[in-house]
Design a protein around this ligand. Sequence first.
Ligand SMILES: [Cu+2]
Length: 321
Amino acid sequence: MNRPKQLMNRLSAGLLALPALLAAGPALAAGAPAGGATVWLTRSSSGVPLPKEPVLGYPRPWEMGLQPGFSPTKRDIISLNDLVLWIIILITLFVGALLVWVMYRYNAKRNPTPTQTTHNTFLEIAWTIVPILILVFIAIPSFRLVYFVNNTDHPDLIVKVTAHQWYWEYGYPSAKGLDFISAIVPGDKLKPGEPRLLTSTNPLVLPAGKNVRFLLTSSDVIHSFFIPGLGVQRYAIPGRTIETWVRIDKPGIYYGECNQICGVNHSRMPIDIVAVTPAQFQAWQSAAQKQSAAAATPSHPTRRLAAASAPNFAEAENFPR
Ligand SMILES: [Cu+2]
């Protein structure tokens, strides 16, 4: 078949499929947790059970905007995004209206002898100054947000995050020896309600309402620590330590992913966070610390844990899709 005909066939097949796709939308969405019905999950990390928590930070079916915010950072990101979006809409409407007006008023039919105008000092100054003012107007909240995200002073807790091909390692310097591996749970081993490609063997446990500083690094290639519902996104770069922070509004489960292409199993290194109350966090931390001490050899506490819980990648490649 020749190429244009092939393209036309594809186009018409696509158009014909559109109504079916739109009709199937609600049915597709029904498989995932919908707006009103919150899913609650009971998880454990490092062998220590955690309290039952609602799933809050996750991608919603038919989501057109950003994920809802569960941290001050994410709320600021959403308001900056909305502000810039409105500015873009107004500029697009203005430029579109000018184009229509020019096409209507100055077309060749209405202007048989075109004007010879080449310069207009007032217009040229205006269309230089006005965009500068708009950019300055956007820059003010934007810089404020950059500084806010960078501000990791006075953390209540420090967590060391090390990215590996293809799993995460979390260390708690305040609890000596507490350091564990968080790897993906294969699709056929998920428990009811646990989302595919987002559930890990050992979630990162954090206290809600506290300032948590993340120290990010990597053992091999560049990864990225991305939790959309919490407004966290930072590179994990080998040989460097990069900081960021979060304060999670309330206890719940929040999902993220590595979002820097890092190799064949890039899509299989979920970030899975369970936020609990500070008292529950203290209880988990000391119990998990005891577990870690019991499980690990003194010289290489993480190696043995890694060997025990790192996923089998041959198996990972065969996940049900
Ligand atoms: Cu990665």
